[in-house]
Design a protein. Structure first.
Length: 153
């Protein structure tokens, strides 16, 4: 991923309590719960990383999954992106094996929807930088992510 020298991986596990898992008792409810939860958290993490880019001008973030900033992507119709300042590519768009990354560097096994809602979903984002993050930028990034972690799903 030239010209970036540093890659900061951010792995977020979204745990579901037993009542939410039990309530998601059809494929439609599983899909709805999964998408609603992951998209909400993903957008919050993306905003935190976009803010981190402002503190580190040589940085760019990569998101978990495709871009979700617009309800309907204009690029599908071969039109320019409506929010190019927010659009970020996903790690898997570059052919990165997220299962291996999660296991090797984050010690997280990815779980997938099947007939039941899994115990948790995992989002993997990254911040790529040309220079090492300053202590202040790292502290701010960590505190913003920890504040997000206080939410309960």
């Amino acid at each position: 991923m030239a010209p970036y020298k540093y890659s900061y991986l951010i792995g977020i596990r979204i745990f579901y309590d037993a009542a939410i898992i039990a309530a998601a008792n059809t494929k439609e409810k599983i899909r709805y719960t999964s998408l609603k939860t992951t998209k909400t958290v993903k957008k919050q993490v993306s905003e935190i990383l976009l803010a981190a880019e402002q503190y580190t001008p040589t940085a760019i973030s990569l998101s978990s999954g495709g871009c979700d900033f617009c309800c309907r992507c204009s690029r599908i119709k071969n039109e320019p992106c409506r929010r190019p300042e927010k659009m970020r590519y996903s790690l898997d768009a570059f052919g990165i094996n997220l299962s291996k990354i999660a296991k090797k560097f984050l010690n997280i096994e990815l779980l997938w929807n099947a007939d039941t809602l899994p115990q948790y979903h995992t989002l993997i984002h990254a911040l790529l930088t040309k220079d090492e993050l300053s202590r202040g930028a790292m502290t701010l990034l960590r505190s913003n992510l920890m504040a997000l972690a206080q939410g309960k799903f």
